[in-house]
Design a protein around this ligand. Structure first.
Ligand code: B12
Ligand code: SF4
Length: 588
């Protein structure tokens, strides 16, 4: 092929402005890998539109560009159309669009973007044929299955569906080396272990495709994991991105066995999506997954109303959701993220209230583990909800998503306006967070769970229990950071015969956390007695417990009948300090 293929995944401006590290564009990396195996040179650029434009200009200036390929989703459709028009007009090379949004392209969109054609669905085989046609002028690319484009009369031509790679093991792995602006500091890598989904949820692009599920062999997936770990020393977290990850419980067990073996060579953790149906049928599976390094599970909860779940065709019940949350908790899954859709079918004040009640119930079942992510229903093209909104009691107000960053509804229901849906979503979020905070204040979150949460933060696996609950609570951050580093322990975790060798260590800083403005020491609302203050003052990790007690007894002995009585009293105070996360014990 004369020249290079430039793949562009452009995303919203704020990702770059706020330096939010986006995941890799796996689909395009797969295309790069596939094309490389066929002798084509391609590179991928990911970034906000103006950076993408600068990159494209530089590439065109530098040399021969054979084709530009844009990834298009609901989010970036407008920016892609604009960039595409600019590039086509200025440089006149073939510009091809692909990605999940193409299924909804209209003639108007194709005109506006001035693209040559778009590929529907999986890109490998149609794109290869397209490139071959571009090289061979005797072949007409317009006959290639899987394409849509504008006919001579300006009407939309939609060819029959394109071929897909039947045996995914034959595909080369994503070509990360072709991602031109990949951040070098990445500790996380994504893997797809299959394609397609056997379910057909009314809101989901995957569900609308009804394409055959194809799973890669366990052997090939493990080989990919092994290669990544071998060549990328900084990677310690693998994200299994496919929706079908848990589809076959036998396959997950096999994978877990292999992952455990890999973890013996080098420690890493992983995350995956799970389906409530499968997980509820095989409750022991989650334990196996945790033992093999699972630290985060994402599940589609979607709603707390059975009628709404049924309208989605989700194929799960509220009882199954509860069961999975409970099982995950008992199995020790550190984090579960549950997707929740707001503004779904037939939503009204009553369903919103039911959502809140269900959400609260789930959170209380799994303190420190479950996080709920409510986001507004989005009208992805090709989905049943987008095709027939009336059937679901909704109306789409903004089909292009010009008013949303997935942070504001673009639909209304028969009974709720967009503003009301936004209001209910907000209320749901704040309600859930207030329940989470209450659980923390009441000490309902097991200590080990919090320690585990802080252990995952350095891996880049942060979550709402930390950002909205622990970080907001006094003293928790410092206390659990030290706990997670195994720098300190609670007295109850130290054998009593050994406690004398440990040193009480206050976690707070006196100048920062103790209020001296009234002339006596106060922490929050608590005024410290002279004995309490002295105990805290000397808990600097410089004295062992016996040394500390000895020193303080010297000053307060007159107040106690004997040393034993003093020790009991002082240990009681230190115990209270521990409960408040003011103090822990450091080893000698
Ligand atoms: C992993 C994932 C993510 C990751 C990584 C994103 C990425 N694009 O790789 C993260 C978590 C960051 C993410 C975020 C979002 N995601 Co997402 N995500 C997925 C998921 C689960 C897998 C994507 C994937 O790797 N698929 C496998 C590869 C092989 O397929 P592919 O990406 O579609 O690429 C193939 C074809 O589309 C085609 N193709 C793609 N581009 C091009 C370009 C050319 C030129 C050609 C010829 C072909 C072609 O060929 C590729 C290889 O076969 C999909 C669901 C799914 N199962 O696909 C949702 C999905 C893509 N996400 C979706 C959405 C909406 C989002 C968000 C917008 C959500 C939000 N509200 O914030 C964000 C923003 C994405 C962004 N712009 O950065 C929707 C898209 C629907 C739509 N019409 O837009 C999907 C389909 C989920 C769904 N079930 O509805 N997502
Ligand atoms: S929501 Fe999940 S289970 Fe439902 S169709 Fe989409 S990918 Fe499949």
């Amino acid at each position: 092929m004369p020249g290079r293929i430039l793949f562009i995944h452009t995303h919203r401006l704020t990702y770059d402005l706020l330096e939010i590290d986006r995941s890799e564009s796996l689909g395009l990396l797969y295309l790069c890998g596939f094309l490389e195996s066929k002798g084509y040179d391609s590179i991928l650029f990911q970034g906000e539109p103006s950076k993408a434009r600068t990159f494209l200009d530089q590439q065109f200036e530098a040399g021969r560009v054979a084709m530009v390929g844009f990834y298009c989703d609901f989010e970036n459709q407008k920016e892609v159309a604009e960039l595409s028009r600019e590039i086509t007009t200025q440089y006149g090379v073939p510009v091809i669009h692909g990605g999940p949004q193409t299924i909804g392209f209209s003639a108007e969109y194709l005109r506006r973007s001035a693209c040559t054609a778009a590929v529907l669905g999986e890109g490998e085989l149609p794109l290869l044929e397209l490139l071959q046609c571009f090289q061979d002028s005797t072949r007409d690319w317009r006959t290639i299955p899987g394409l849509i484009f504008l006919g001579c009369d300006g009407t939309l031509i939609r060819n029959p569906p394109g071929s897909v790679v039947e045996n995914l093991d034959e595909l080369p792995p994503p070509a990360y080396h072709r991602w031109i602006n990949r951040s070098m500091r990445r500790n996380k890598v994504s893997i797809m272990t299959g394609r397609g989904c056997p379910y057909s949820c009314a809101f989901c692009y995957e569900g609308s495709l009804l394409r055959k599920v194809r799973l890669r062999s366990v052997e090939r997936v493990l080989q990919e994991v092994s290669e990544i770990l071998k060549h990328e020393p900084e990677v310690n977290y693998i994200a299994f991105r496919d929706d079908t990850f848990t589809i076959s419980h036998e396959r997950v067990r096999e994978l877990c066995y292999g992952l455990s073996e890999e973890r013996k060579k080098r420690e890493f953790h992983w995350y995956c999506e799970g389906h409530v149906k499968v997980l509820s049928k095989h409750p022991d599976l989650l334990r196996t997954m945790v033992d093999a390094g699972l630290v985060r599970l994402q599940i589609g909860i979607e709603s707390g109303v059975q009628k709404v779940l049924d309208a989605y065709g989700k194929g799960i019940t509220l009882a199954e959701i509860e069961q999975v949350v409970q099982t995950a908790y008992e199995a020790g899954v550190p984090q579960v993220f549950g997707f929740f859709i707001t503004g779904g079918p037939f939503e009204n004040a009553e369903t919103q209230n039911a959502n809140r009640v269900f959400a609260e119930k789930l959170i209380r079942m799994a303190p420190g583990m479950l996080v709920l992510g409510p986001s507004p229903l989005m009208p992805y093209p090709g989905t049943r909800l987008t095709d027939c909104p009336d059937k679901y009691g909704i109306a789409i107000e903004d089909t292009e998503g010009l008013t949303t960053l997935a942070d504001y509804p673009v639909t209304h229901s028969t009974e709720l306006s967009r503003e009301e849906i936004a209001k209910y979503q907000q209320e749901l979020i704040w309600h859930v967070i207030s329940v989470m905070k209450e659980l923390q204040v009441k000490g309902k979150i097991p200590h080990e769970r919090i320690v585990n949460c802080f252990r995952l933060i350095p891996l880049g696996i942060d979550f709402v229990w930390h950002t909205a609950v622990y970080r907001e609570a006094p003293f928790i951050e410092g206390y659990y950071t030290l706990m997670a580093r195994d720098a300190v322990k609670r007295s109850q975790d130290i054998p009593s015969s050994e406690l004398e060798n440990w040193r009480p260590q206050r976690i707070m800083e006196m100048w920062h956390d103790v209020d001296f403005s009234l002339g006596y020491p106060k922490i929050g609302k608590e005024v410290l007695s002279p004995l309490e203050f002295e105990l805290l003052l000397y808990s600097t990790g410089k004295s062992t417990l016996p040394q500390l007690l000895e020193r303080i007894y010297g000053r307060f002995s007159a107040l106690f009948p004997d040393r034993k009585n003093f020790d009991e009293h002082a240990l009681g105070i230190l115990g209270q300090f521990e409960k408040r996360h003011w103090l822990a014990y450091a080893p000698l």
